[in-house]
Design a protein around this ligand. Structure first.
Ligand code: KIV
Length: 272
């Protein structure tokens, strides 16, 4: 049983901020469906992200761009039905908030109303600050996302480490400050040098949750299917695999196929 499992209290945006204040690291993982979300929640995770990485992991797209608001609502509502404790953050998908702040607010409202999620996450800094402020003014908690922002992959051109140069690092720091000032309750920083991420975390009063951003931040997030080893072609340096489920599951299914073909399944006890 994990340490977190022993203390079964509902996690809120306030509780993650309190975790930062008392120096307790925040644990966050993605989930996109009822069954896995149930396990993630039971294991004591603090925050479940219904990430738009569902576009890659669940639907097999190359990028996160194709996933729709309706699809995100479908995934998020499945996750919400499974959880008792975790805070559920839902990504606003590409094309549903960049246009203007009114559109951003109506997308966020749909997520909250139709999925039952507890907050939304948006990618970007200063350029989307009006949208963030408008969503927050409607009482919807917002998590920011800086560094590598996969919805802008065609602008970056690659998935390599972001903000290695001084200018981009300074922009990231000022964007983080802008998100904090706009009222975000936390931010994710993806794939940036550990020293920079630590500097950002130390200069902010809200939690900074890292992915590929080193250990000096306030919490960590990984894509569930990556850390369980269900995906096998994605091997970035920051990823720790806790299981090798791709092999385990294909092995088990192969065994089932053999058992059916050889009439070893079902046996006498497995029938009426
Ligand atoms: O969509 C996602 O899974 C994410 C994480 C990588 C932070 O945004």
């Amino acid at each position: 049983m994990s340490v977190a499992q022993k203390e079964f209290k509902k996690i809120t945006t306030k509780s993650v901020q309190e975790m930062k204040m008392r120096g307790e690291k925040i644990s966050m993982l993605t989930a996109y469906d009822f069954t896995l979300a149930k396990m993630v929640d039971k294991a004591g995770i603090d925050v479940i992200l219904v990430g738009d990485s569902a576009s890659n992991v669940m639907a097999g797209h190359q990028t996160t761009l194709p996933i729709t608001l309706n699809e995100m609502i479908y995934h998020a509502s499945s996750v919400v039905r499974a959880i008792d404790r975790a805070l559920v953050v839902v990504d606003l998908p590409f094309g549903t908030y960049q246009g203007n702040s009114k559109e951003a607010l109506s997308s966020a409202i749909r997520i909250m109303k139709e999925s039952g999620g507890h907050s939304v996450k948006l990618e970007g800094g200063e350029e989307i600050i009006e949208s963030i402020k408008r969503i927050i003014s409607a009482g919807i908690p917002v998590m920011g996302h800086l560094g590598l922002t996969p919805q802008s992959i065609y602008k970056f051109g690659t998935f390599t480490v972001r903000a290695k140069e001084e200018e981009e690092a300074e922009k990231l720091l000022s964007d983080a400050k802008a998100l904090e000032a706009a009222g975000c309750f936390a931010i994710v920083i993806e794939k940036v040098p550990a020293k920079l991420a630590e500097k950002v975390a130390k200069s902010m009063s809200i939690p900074v949750i890292g992915i590929g951003a080193g250990g000096g931040v306030d919490g960590q997030v990984l894509v569930l299917h990556d850390m369980l080893g269900m995906t096998y072609e994605f091997n970035p340096r920051f990823l720790r695999r806790y299981l090798n489920l791709f092999e385990d599951i294909t092995g088990a299914i192969g065994q089932y196929v053999d058992d059916v073909k050889s009439s070893n399944f079902p046996n006498d006890k497995e029938q009426y």
